[in-house]
Write a protein that binds this ligand. Structure first.
Ligand SMILES: Cc1cc2nc3c(=O)[nH]c(=O)nc-3n(C[C@H](O)[C@H](O)[C@H](O)COP(=O)(O)OP(=O)(O)OC[C@H]3O[C@@H](n4cnc5c(N)ncnc54)[C@H](O)[C@@H]3O)c2cc1C
Length: 400
């Protein structure tokens, strides 16, 4: 279907990817109707501060907003907050909402993100927190307000690690439990995972690796080596699941995310963006799903452009992924696609000082670059990643 100024575009998900898509539709002069449906009752807000400044209490609600209310207003959308899409009819071009109403569309952007994975058996445990929403962050800040609160963080991924760092700085006694022998092993590989994991111990936070949680018992966590860790508050940070339940029964392919082609089209008039999107990355020659801020932002833009262009004229989305994580006094930044089995070479600085750049290589190619508190030096490798440079070429570059 060709979209014109009398068309309706529905955006499901009123967070980063959905907002960037809506802004792009207007920036590309689409003057038709835009309906944005968001399950949360808030205007679009930013999630990274929820484990950092907002949790620490140094930023209030005003700094967590993605846009000023007037800017949202200026997009001239039919914005339906506190409302969920619960079914999609791709062929009939309509979305069903949780109030029983239907919204027809000519084009659809799916940007429903992801939600936290729950530790089995903790669904009704009031002491077991997860962290995805403003409410989650507020509840966690309240629960850890008392100095010396004993906080157990289950999972030393990026969010668990940030929670550990922020709450430690607020005076909590933090223990981090990680089932893998090395934190972030599957994301960053053993060497860099160990460097990140060491940050906890170096800041006086206890980290126990290679041990799983067998039970949460209200005031303590029982581990599968039969030890027990006392806990006033528990945070479970064991990853997220793409939010696709509402697409059950639709003709879209769902497999750990909504499956899309290189141009982010999941169907002729349907595009996907953000944490929910599993698209075929032509650069890598395989499907990828990315759970990071910059991807959600960039993908929202490209998805909207490609929806307007139409599937035939749309361009492939081939990013150089980027993400960051702030833990203690360190900024970790990663460019590209690190593989857990890639070769890793430190090219600048020192890992023990937490100021360095290291490169990842596989099959003779540069695959990724990681830096700790070295933003300028790290960014020099972006172009090489974009150009598909060889590992040798990257290693030969002066880090400067
Ligand atoms: C605590 C925290 C800290 C983070 N820190 C970093 C960081 O430091 N660096 C980094 O790179 N990334 C970080 N991220 C990741 C980043 O925030 C996400 O990648 C980004 O929010 C993804 O945006 P999104 O729009 O795809 O999805 P989401 O932000 O998950 O938004 C999806 C929206 O869709 C809504 N929705 C879901 N289902 C429906 C439905 N059926 N109908 C209507 N609406 C629906 C949801 O309620 C939600 O509001 C962090 C995430 C969290 C939670």
């Amino acid at each position: 279907m060709t979209l014109d100024q009398s068309s309706t575009i529905v955006v499901v998900g009123a967070s980063l990817a959905g907002l960037r898509a809506a802004e792009t539709l207007r920036a590309e002069s689409f003057a038709g109707r835009v309906v944005m449906i968001g399950a949360e009752r808030h205007q679009p807000y930013d999630r990274p501060p929820l484990s950092k400044q907002f949790l620490a209490g140094t930023w209030g609600m005003d700094r967590v907003r993605l846009r000023e209310p007037e800017k949202i207003e200026a997009l001239g959308m039919d914005l339906r907050l506190g409302r969920s899409a619960c079914a999609l009819d791709v062929e009939g071009h309509s979305v069903e909402l949780d109030d029983g109403s239907r919204v027809g569309f000519d084009g659809l952007v799916i940007a429903t993100g992801a939600h936290p994975r729950i530790l089995a058996g903790t669904e009704n445990d009031a002491a077991a927190h997860v962290l995805r929403t403003l409410e989650d962050s507020t509840a966690l800040a309240e629960a850890t307000a008392e100095p010396d609160t004993r906080l157990v963080v289950v999972g030393a991924g990026f969010i668990g690690s940030e929670v550990a760092a922020t709450c430690h700085e607020r005076g909590a006694q933090v223990t981090v439990i990680e089932a893998l022998p090395v934190p972030l092993q599957r994301v960053l590989g053993e060497q860099m995972g160990a460097v990140c994991g060491a940050l906890h111990a170096e800041h006086g936070v206890e980290i126990r690796t290679g041990v799983g949680v067998s039970r949460l018992l209200g005031d303590r966590v029982e581990l599968d080596d039969e030890t027990v860790v006392p806990a006033d508050v528990i945070v479970v940070g064991i990853g997220v699941i793409p939010t696709t339940g509402w697409l059950e029964g639709s003709s879209l392919q769902v497999r750990d995310g909504v499956v899309a082609g290189p141009t982010l089209h999941a169907a002729d008039d349907v595009v996907v963006a953000g944490d929910v999107a599993r698209w075929h990355d032509e650069g890598l020659g395989r499907e990828v799903r990315i759970e990071h801020w910059t991807n959600a932002s960039e993908q929202g833009v490209v998805a909207a452009r490609n929806l307007l262009a139409g599937r035939g004229a749309a361009r492939a989305y081939v990013p150089v992924p980027y993400f960051w994580s702030d833990q203690y006094d360190v900024k970790i930044q990663v460019l590209g696609h690190p593989g857990p089995d890639d070769e890793v070479v430190v090219v600048d600085g020192s890992t023990s000082e937490h100021r360095f750049v290291a490169l990842y290589g596989s099959g003779g190619r540069l695959t990724a670059a990681i830096g700790m508190s070295r933003p300028r030096q790290l960014m020099r490798y972006r172009q090489l990643l974009e150009n598909g440079a060889s590992f040798d070429e990257a290693l030969a570059q002066e880090p400067g």
